[in-house]
Design a protein around this ligand. Structure first.
Ligand code: HEM
Length: 224
């Protein structure tokens, strides 16, 4: 595929939404994966505190994402295809934080400015199905994919066992690949107009940018 073809794919109405999402966010994914904080964290150059701080930021993001998802379920019948109990992360992150920081973790959790912006964006702008789906795709498929690498590296480098890392364990494990395929099928089957599909890809790119912002803030705290 040429660069020009790749640029057209996210707009090709004949392609399934999941393909347009993957292609349309490819460059954003590479940038997120290569962000300095992620590279330092995965290589073992940081400390366990950096992972704990990441978990705190994820807590703030998932609180907003899942709150908005639950509200959508109540108003939009089509949302039930993609707002899934098997994906819900908030209870796992809360267990992890209680283990990592202690029972008083809410008092010790510091939400960084980029995280606050991300959560505010979710509450203000991700309240329709196309927009919410874009954020759900970016986070959940990411956690089901690269998240599995993060899980292994946190165990290897920072002495964490299963406790503290339950965020990365999904009910679908070890059948994560078929589960991701099924989720993509669900995205593809959503009754969205062409305009809404384009909106999903645009919003997913925004979701990646918001994640990069969180990594930049984490990097400023945890490495020079
Ligand atoms: C920590 C570093 C990361 C690594 C090593 C990584 C690795 C991967 C890999 C190997 C896949 C392909 C999985 C497959 O085809 O089944 C993938 C997919 C994905 N990742 Fe990442 N990733 C990382 C960070 C991120 C971040 C920060 C995000 C967004 C917040 C993200 C979002 C996604 C999404 C949405 C997909 C699904 C792509 C698709 O098939 O449509 N990843 N990642």
């Amino acid at each position: 595929m040429t660069v020009a073809d790749a640029a057209r794919v996210p707009c090709d109405p004949d392609l399934p939404l999941s393909v347009r999402l993957r292609t349309g966010t490819r460059a954003d994914h590479e940038a997120a994966e290569r962000s300095a904080f992620v590279e330092h964290l995965l290589s073992g150059a940081l400390t366990r505190d950096a992972y704990v701080d990441l978990a705190v930021q994820q807590h703030a993001v998932y609180t907003a994402l899942e709150e908005v998802g639950d509200a959508l379920l109540a108003t939009t019948p089509d949302a039930s295809a993609v707002v899934l109990e098997d994906l819900r992360r908030l209870p796992s992150i809360e267990d992890d934080l209680a283990f990592l920081l202690g029972a008083d973790w809410p008092a010790r959790a510091r939400v960084l400015p980029a995280t606050a912006r991300y959560a505010a964006h979710l509450r203000e702008h991700a309240t329709t199905l196309p927009r919410w789906v874009a954020h759900a795709y970016t986070r959940y498929l990411g956690d089901l994919s690269g998240g599995q690498v993060v899980h292994r590296m946190m165990q290897r480098h920072y002495g964490l066992g299963e406790q503290g890392l339950s965020f990365y364990r999904f009910a679908a494990a070890p059948r994560v690949t078929p589960f991701k395929d099924e989720y993509r099928d669900r995205l593809d089957a959503l009754p969205l107009t062409e305009e809404q599909r384009r909106e999903v890809v645009d919003e997913a790119r925004r979701a990646f940018a918001l994640n990069r912002g969180v990594f930049a803030d984490l990097g400023a705290v945890h490495h020079p």
